[in-house]
Design a protein around this ligand. Structure first.
Ligand code: C2O
Ligand code: CU
Length: 476
């Protein structure tokens, strides 16, 4: 790890480039999105540009916007040298629009097109990315934000999207993303250069006293951010797009790959105020991701305490009936250093995997299992489902991590309530679509299986997803 991040202090302050925004209306012309190779400046001045794969030539791709209750129509064109699809992470859409090759649609071949029709059931912060060879396609830069606006304007002065990613860049800013069994069997591919909205950003300009809604997304393959905003007291208002009762954040906010968080932040009403966004989750130590800074020396407005922001209106999610819910265990096994977990693994009904069987899987590049099964990418359309759920019923899933690594587990087509970790109730029982499960942890979630289809459940560390930690859940 000897890339440009270490050199960034020497860089001149890079102007922040906000992703392009587009507004889509109901029944309007379809949006077009073209996935193709491109060159972008990730590191900024003084560094060569980097070859990436991008939507519409920019990383992140254009921010797609719609309003709750509308339908977004996106026509995707594949200008890549290989097949692709687009998955609309977090949107509860019909399974045929979910972008999973095999269970939703055939892959879009090079030069081909696919028309996605997306009903926007929930308001919130979502995102889109390929669902084929994801570690490589997302890792090369294919991702973008999808914002579904609440029907009524929500009182903030301004919105600011912070799409976080990290890259493994070589000395001349070449993207060195490539599959590696070492990454796949450990924590996934951590990069050496962290970007905000597709660029190493020294600071983003803000105004004194303004109230901001921050939409945070972790689009990295593997990096788990532990974020702290030094110099501000932000409110957490939504996780994975779904509102919760606004609360102050005291501990660093864990943002695992695929997860989103909406925060409300009041910029201090002082001259040249500055807020540092720190990541305390890097194995090599805390570093500054970027800063929000008042750069114009303007006289601040009088300081007022605006108090907590109002809660966002709840999304129309069916409340699981916990008393009647059927329970299933999902046990995560595999990876390197699993023997470290002896004595720390949560008690599960399923016995630990047979080491000989695991070794045989490892030999095929499959390092991870869910309930003893490793699903390879080409198994999408053929594997029997791991779980069969009855349409309309409530379920509790206990996710048990017997591995030595954390896993953000994502379920398609639904959102679930996070009930508890190791028996302790999760604060506010938030709705999520991706839940981080620490080594040795037992996390309980609950939801109503109300969207019929064959849905993916997988780890969002994309190198883990690509090496077995995937399963299909059938709702019928
Ligand atoms: Cu964001 Cu199946 O993934
Ligand atoms: Cu994982």
């Amino acid at each position: 790890m000897n890339g440009p991040r270490l050199a960034r202090r020497a860089l001149l302050a890079a102007a922040a480039t906000a992703p392009l925004a587009r507004l889509a209306g109901a029944g309007l012309q379809p949006l077009r999105l073209r996935a193709a190779p491109a060159r972008v400046e990730l590191v900024g001045e003084g560094w060569p540009s980097t070859e990436v794969w991008a939507y519409d030539g920019s990383v992140p791709g254009p921010t797609l916007r719609g309003r709750q209750g509308e339908r977004l129509v996106v026509e995707v064109e594949n200008g890549l040298p290989e097949p692709t699809t687009v998955h609309w992470h977090g949107l509860r859409v019909p399974v045929g629009m979910d972008g999973v090759p095999g269970s939703s649609q055939p892959p879009i071949p090079p030069g081909g097109r696919f028309r996605y029709e997306l009903p926007l059931a929930d308001a919130g912060t979502f995102w889109y990315h390929p669902h084929l060879r994801s570690a490589e396609q997302v890792g090369r830069g294919l991702y973008g934000l999808l914002v579904v606006e609440e029907p009524e304007r929500w009182p903030v002065d301004r919105e600011l999207a912070l799409v976080l990613d990290d890259w493994r860049l070589g000395p001349d800013a070449v993207n060195e993303v490539r599959p590696s069994p070492h990454d796949a069997s450990h924590a996934g591919a951590y990069g050496n250069t962290v970007t905000v909205n597709g660029r190493v950003v020294e600071r983003l300009e803000v105004r004194p006293g303004e109230r901001l809604r921050l939409r945070l997304l972790n689009a990295a393959n593997a990096r788990i951010f532990a974020l702290r905003l030094k110099g501000a007291e932000p409110w957490l208002v939504a996780l994975d797009g779904h509102p919760l009762a606004p609360r102050r954040i005291e501990d660093p906010l864990l943002l695992a790959p695929g997860q989103r968080a909406d925060l409300v932040l009041d910029v201090p009403a002082v001259r040249l105020a500055r807020i540092d966004l720190l990541d305390e989750g890097d194995p090599q130590g805390t570093y500054r991701v970027t800063s929000l800074a008042v750069t114009r020396n303007e006289a601040p407005p009088p300081a007022v305490d605006r108090g907590p922001p109002p809660a966002l209106p709840a999304n129309p999610l069916a409340e699981p009936d916990l008393a009647a819910a059927q329970e299933h265990e999902l046990v995560l096994d595999g990876g390197m250093m699993a023997t470290m977990m002896r004595g720390r693994a949560p008690a599960a009904r399923l016995p630990p995997p047979d080491p000989r069987e695991l070794r045989a899987l490892f030999g095929r590049g499959l390092f991870w299992t869910i309930n003893g099964r490793a699903m390879a990418e080409h198994g999408h359309g053929h594997e029997p489902p791991l779980l069969r759920l009855a349409l309309g019923r409530s379920y509790r899933l206990a996710i048990l991590n017997r591995t030595a690594f954390p896993h953000p587990i994502h379920l398609h087509g639904h959102a679930f309530r996070v009930l508890a970790r190791d028996g302790r109730e999760e604060l506010g029982r938030p709705w999520r679509d991706t839940v981080l499960v620490a080594p040795g942890e037992r996390v309980e979630v609950a939801f109503v299986a109300d969207n019929p289809g064959l849905w993916m459940l997988h780890c969002h560390v994309l190198e883990h997803q690509g090496s077995g930690m995937m399963a299909l859940v059938e709702v019928a």
